[in-house]
Design a protein. Structure first.
Length: 160
């Protein structure tokens, strides 16, 4: 697309700019209408030119066979690297999760063994205490019963 060369414009047709580079608003209604009409034309033209530049940038690597092959090779390499990076991240995450699961399992098993030992120890101690109480009570009752039998025997022999 041919570009327009700069042509000299009359002072009245130039937009006024402030020292900071901003376009000042035209003062007369005719100037404002002219500026609005120019903007209405300039924006779509600018958009078309911008789109054309971007399309040219996208298409340029594929204009020749060699450049297209280079670009495709570059895309393949980039994709391969990206896949490898993703694979490494996945492997690391899986390994970390496996290690964490193993640590958690070992901690839970250790805690279960500790609690089981405590329960078994408490059970054995309580069982021994109960057995001792039962034996003592049995011995006490047996001796009391024997005393009563002896007493009754003495009373019977005194009656005879």
């Amino acid at each position: 697309m041919p570009t327009q060369s700069k042509t000299s414009k009359s002072k009245s047709s130039k937009s006024k700019t402030s020292p900071n580079g901003a376009v000042e608003a035209p003062s007369s209604p005719a100037d404002r209408a002219k500026s609005a009409a120019e903007a209405a034309v300039d924006v779509p033209v600018g958009v078309v030119l911008e789109v054309g530049d971007r399309v040219a940038e996208l298409v340029e690597p594929f204009t020749g066979r060699e450049s297209a092959e280079r670009q495709l090779k570059s895309y393949r390499t980039s994709l391969r690297r990206s896949v490898k990076r993703t694979e490494r991240r996945g492997h690391s995450a899986r390994r970390k999760a496996t290690t964490e699961a193993r640590k958690t399992r070992n901690r839970v098993e250790r805690e279960a063994r500790k609690r089981r030992r405590n329960v078994e120890t408490t059970l054995k101690r309580n069982r021994k205490e109960v057995e001792q109480r039962v034996r003592k009570t049995l011995d006490d009752r047996t001796s009391r019963a024997q005393d009563l039998v002896d007493q009754v025997g003495e009373q019977l022999s005194s009656l005879r």
